[in-house]
Write a protein that binds this ligand. Structure first.
Ligand code: F6P
Length: 341
């Protein structure tokens, strides 16, 4: 029974064309802000390589570890028991040195010295930009896996960590609503997302917020105050306003609302709470699929791509496309926030 299952799994791998390996030894790293599910992705990369009889090393602290030649040989065992762990066992960093050509030259020299023939890079757009630079400058094979709570990467419906981060933030909003309701207060909740509002919009929808402020769309705090006053006249005594960190500071919004409405208002910055914790089922499965897809394609000779999902299906887009295309907020979601308020 078990044997026949293994045989059929192998034949599926063969049938999708993952049967010929053009490399013997590759590396994996996690870079930029950590995201829940990165460990599941590392696990997928390592176990896919092992399955294809390709040696695999893990670099520590992202690109900085490549510059410093800080790595470890990985086996199936080294990634055991990590699928449910937040953060990244490979650690992460934002490397200023790798942004300079001299740093990339040092990194390249180490990759050559250690006979590492390609890299799977798990991270956000900064990390993937570094990967593309390495490929363009040194003709070095790289593959990207989108790992960022911000979900601001084109070429994929979801990046690893977004689902968990939003669920964590929504849990926080649910708790704040209890107090907002009990004390007839307005709560302004600041969520992460860097220059984008993807986290904020999803949180506003799932958290039943009365309004959302995001950097992509102009907003008027006076209009929001007017809506709060109109709602209060109809008997609504508590509200939640979600603010993307790239749009405004929650403390400023709180002060403005209090001054212009006279309502008892508080603010909370959820901050790095959103980055940690055990990944959701969605992020685990996403990470396994994307990590495995990127590794299989690297081993089969593809390069310069990022694995992604499009309507649930696995895809692989050129990094040049991914990094030159801006991901857009779905306007119908903003309309929905307004209609549901
Ligand atoms: O990119 C992920 C992210 O958490 C952003 O949402 C946020 O703006 C940034 O990283 C925070 O970075 P740091 O952890 O370096 O403060």
């Amino acid at each position: 029974m078990v044997l026949s299952h293994l045989i059929s799994t192998r034949s599926i791998a063969d049938r999708v064309g993952h049967n010929e390996s053009v490399v013997k030894r590759i590396g994996v790293l996690t870079s930029g802000g950590d995201a829940p599910g990165m460990n599941a992705a590392v696990r997928a990369v390592v176990r896919t390589a092992v399955h294809r009889n390709v040696e695999i090393v893990g670099f520590y602290h992202g690109w900085e570890g490549v510059i410093q030649n800080e790595f470890k040989e990985m086996t199936s065992k080294t990634v055991g028991g990590i699928i449910d762990r937040g953060g990244t066992i490979l650690r992460s960093a934002r490397s200023a040195r790798f942004r300079e050509k001299a740093g990339r030259e040092e990194a390249m020299a180490n990759l050559r010295k250690n006979e590492i023939e390609g890299l799977v890079v798990i991270g956000g757009d900064g990390s993937l930009t570094g990967a593309l630079k390495l490929q363009e400058e040194f003709d070095y094979p790289v593959m990207g896996v989108p790992g960022s709570i911000d979900n601001d990467i084109s070429g994929t419906d979801y990046s690893i960590g977004f689902d968990t981060a939003v669920n964590t933030a929504v849990d926080g909003i649910d708790r704040l609503r209890d107090t907002a309701y009990s004390h007839d207060r307005v709560f302004v909740v600041e969520v992460m997302g860097r220059r984008n509002g993807f986290i904020a919009v999803e949180c506003a929808l799932a958290g039943g917020a009365e309004a959302v402020l995001i950097p992509e769309v102009p907003y008027s705090l006076l209009d929001i105050c007017d809506s709060l006053k109109a709602a209060a006249e109809l008997g609504k005594r508590s509200s939640i306003i979600v603010v993307a960190e790239g749009a405004a500071r929650a403390s400023d919004v709180k002060t403005f609302i209090e001054k212009n409405t006279g309502f008892d208002t508080r603010y909370t910055v959820l901050g790095h709470l959103q980055r940690g914790g055990s990944p959701t089922m969605f992020d685990r499965v996403l990470a396994l699929r994307l990590g495995s897809q990127a590794t299989n394609r690297l081993i089969s000779g593809f390069r310069g791509e990022m694995a992604g999902v499009d309507g649930g299906k696995l895809v692989s887009h050129p990094l040049t496309y991914v990094l030159s295309t801006e991901r857009q907020i779905d306007p119908s979601k903003l309309v929905l926030v307004e209609q549901m308020a």
